[in-house]
Design a protein around this ligand. Structure first.
Ligand code: ADP
Ligand code: MG
Length: 695
């Protein structure tokens, strides 16, 4: 009960301050306050050695040594002061960005003293900005580890200081130790070597030393990961027992005939492995729910087709749903081409399908004549009824919500097997934890013979040489994309940029055909222009991100992305995936402004350095946080306080294994020694997650 009371009743806080704290930091209850973890600590209890540093310390720390080589560095926009600090084990940099002449002269050189502050690591070199300097050893070594809470200037100005948080939390822990009750059973604490919960709260706020801090930190992270995994584990159990599926026991003529006579290339080992995983799922009489991750160009379409052939062999229909008309059309074209010399019929249904075509589709779906239907979300309409839908494949997961997935389920009495394909690789740890309701298959290998795309960063001043390079490529027979950002808030402005870009390009490349696609065009016009480019008649395509997914013109070898700093990482990666699809060396040129924010610079640098979609998604997640990556609708579920989905993959794995083991033996958590988990879980998660029923 006390945990849920407002902090306004705590000493020194009161109504006014409570309101402000809530607005700025989102803290309203005692429990919120206890889980308001320090950002870092001040450690004046010991003296560190420069040579012992291997990473940035968690707290501000202290060194003993000498300051030397003080100098003022003047540059375009200002000046800074820099110096070296040496102890008997090593050297690091000291820097001051703000200082007065008086300060500069007061810095004692070549004298034994103490410096204190935050250590930064950059390019494997350590530095300390604005160190505190102290000559008196007694003063230097006073104090223990003290918490620094993430606050804001706004709060400090109104008297809500770090000290206030320190005291309030300290008092709570001292006066009401019973507030923090254990939520993990003894046997787990022992086997996982975890600190008990009360101790962990103490040591996360007021660590006895760094070792205690580490243990507290590990305990709290484990706890978060554990209950998260438990939620998913329970949900999955629930789902497995509930959702029957149609077993597909055989692989028959459709599959075998195609595989032996019409497969245009040898499957990669990854494609084979993934197919086997899918096949094993579909053999069972439970519904398949599988996520197929594969970087752009890894060959997901072929896996989709072969899976649909298995459905046919078992007498079932399949559908493939794509998020855009262009993409649906592309899938349709490539699948139709692959099936050219077979008697298997495929049809396409989108928002712009003609009435007559729709009627045929509806009819053939219901009488079972049509086995494979490809389309956009037009497939979800109630009018679209299947005779026996056995498999639904969804491409590009991110654009479809969970609700839409559910709509597909309902298209058959026994829900169809579901295969979700995504080219936006989600970091492995995130996929593993977040999608524990889906099984994950990964195509982690590209078809042989692909040359990695060469990516370069260029600025406005290089434009002429970029254009000249493009011309050379066209003369070699290649084709070029120019992509412009189109972001909704400033659509009109972007549109203007696009048109100016088109002008520019047409002016420079006078002797070549240029075409364009953008979101404001009618589908028919878009298709015609795409076709003009795909056929090779147009050498240059000027486009917005509508070409982001799925477009496949193997002869296009250069992608120029304009204002690349305005694109997100996964978007850049998707766009880049439009080239590098043929045998030729391909290039991606990222054009940006002269000045870039730190984040933009990281994005561009990452793109230049790697083609690996998984690495890119990890950087992306560090920059944006997992919530943004998964979409707002899902972000609340993974709102972790301590857990970091990238750094803590070992803890996540351990918690997942632990949960699996517990649920295997005691799926309803009825065993007495699991009561403590069950009670906490019910109390904590009831209402927050609709799947939380333990029946
Ligand atoms: P994505 O995974 O991005 O959807 P696609 O299925 O569009 O990739 O495949 C990209 C290209 O690679 C296509 O032209 C396809 O025909 C080709 N491809 C797929 N699998 C193989 C393979 N095993 N060997 C050679 N080429 C392949
Ligand atoms: Mg694809």
């Amino acid at each position: 009960m006390i945990l849920e009371t407002s902090i306004e009743f705590l000493k020194n806080i009161g109504t006014e301050r409570a309101k402000l704290i809530k607005n700025v930091l989102g803290i309203s209850t005692v429990e919120d306050l206890l889980t308001f973890y320090p950002l870092r600590y001040i450690d004046k209890s010991k003296i560190y050695k420069v040579g012992d540093l291997t990473k940035e310390p968690e707290s501000d720390v202290q060194f003993k040594g000498k300051i030397t080589d003080l100098q003022e560095v003047v540059y375009e926009k200002g000046k800074r002061l820099s110096a070296k600090f040496r102890d008997e084990t090593g050297t690091m940099d000291l820097v001051w960005f703000r200082y007065t002449n008086w300060m500069k002269e007061a810095i004692p050189l070549n004298k034994e003293l103490f410096i204190f502050g935050k250590v930064n690591l950059f390019n494997s070199y350590f530095s300390m900005p604005h160190p505190e300097i102290e000559a008196d050893e007694k003063k230097a070594l006073s104090g223990t580890l003290l918490p620094i809470y993430p606050g804001s200037e706004k709060l400090t100005k109104r008297g809500i200081t770090n000290k206030l948080f320190q005291t309030a939390i300290f008092n709570l822990l001292r006066d009401l130790p019973n507030l923090i009750s254990e939520n993990l059973p003894d046997y787990l604490l022992k086997s996982m070597k975890l600190m008990d919960r009360l101790n962990a709260y103490y040591n996360i706020h007021f660590p006895k030393d760094l070792k205690h801090y580490d243990e507290a930190n590990r305990r709290l992270k484990f706890e978060e990961a554990f209950f998260f995994q438990l939620g998913y584990g329970l949900k999955k159990l629930h789902q497995k027992t509930k959702s029957f599926g149609n077993p597909f026991p055989i692989v028959g003529d459709y599959f075998n005939h195609f595989y032996e006579n019409h497969l245009p290339f040898e499957l990669t080992n990854a494609q084979k492995r993934v197919l086997k995983e899918i096949r094993t799922d579909m053999k069972r009489s439970t519904q398949m729910n599988r996520l197929l991750q594969g970087d752009v160009g890894s060959g997901k379409t072929m896996v989709a087709l072969l899976t649909m052939l298995i459905a046919m062999d078992n007498g079932f229909q399949s559908c493939l749903m794509a998020p855009t008309e262009i993409l649906a059309q592309q899938h349709f074209n490539s699948i139709q081409e692959l099936l050219e010399n077979t008697d298997i019929k495929v049809r396409l249904l989108t928002g712009s399908s003609k009435t007559r075509e729709r009627r045929i589709i509806h009819e053939q779906l219901e009488n079972g004549e049509l086995s494979i239907l490809i389309g956009t979300h037009a497939l979800l309409e109630d009018k679209v009824k299947f005779q026996n839908l056995g498999l639904a494949i969804i491409d590009e997961q991110h654009r479809f919500g969970v609700a839409q997935r559910a709509k597909l389920w309902a298209k058959n009495n026994i829900p169809p097997h579901i295969l979700v394909m995504t080219a936006t690789p989600i970091p492995r740890t995130l996929a593993m934890s977040f999608y524990s309701d889906l099984d994950v298959s990964v195509i982690d290998e590209l078809p042989v013979g692909r040359k990695p795309i060469i990516t370069a960063h260029r600025r406005e001043k290089d434009r002429l040489s970029v254009y000249n390079f493009c011309r050379e490529e066209i003369e070699k027979g290649r084709q070029i994309y120019f992509v412009y950002p189109l972001i909704e808030e400033s659509e009109t402005l972007d549109y203007k940029n696009l048109m100016e870009g088109l002008d520019h390009v047409m002016n420079f490349f006078k002797s070549y055909n240029v075409t364009m696609v953008h979101g404001r065009m009618k589908p028919a016009e878009k298709d015609a222009n795409m076709q003009y480019f795909a056929s090779g008649e147009a050498k240059i395509m000027v486009a917005t991100t509508v070409i982001e997914v799925g477009v496949n013109v193997p002869n296009a070898s250069v992608m120029v992305i304009e204002s690349a700093e305005r694109f997100g990482l996964s978007q850049l990666h998707q766009l880049r995936g439009r080239v590098g699809r043929g045998a030729e060396q391909s290039y991606c040129i990222l054009m940006t402004d002269e000045k870039l924010s730190k984040e933009s610079r990281t994005r561009i640098k990452t793109m230049v350095q790697t083609n690996d979609g998984f690495k890119i998604s990890e950087v992306d997640m560090e920059l944006r946080g997992p919530g943004d990556i998964l979409g707002t609708q899902q972000s609340g579920v993974i709102d972790f306080k301590k857990l970091n989905l990238i750094e803590d993959s070992a803890i996540i794995k351990a918690s997942k294994l632990t949960v699996e083991k517990i649920l295997e033996q005691d799926s309803l958590l009825n065993h007495p020694h699991n009561q403590i988990i069950k009670q906490y879980y019910i109390k904590q998660y009831k209402g927050k997650n609709k799947w939380s029923q333990i029946s």
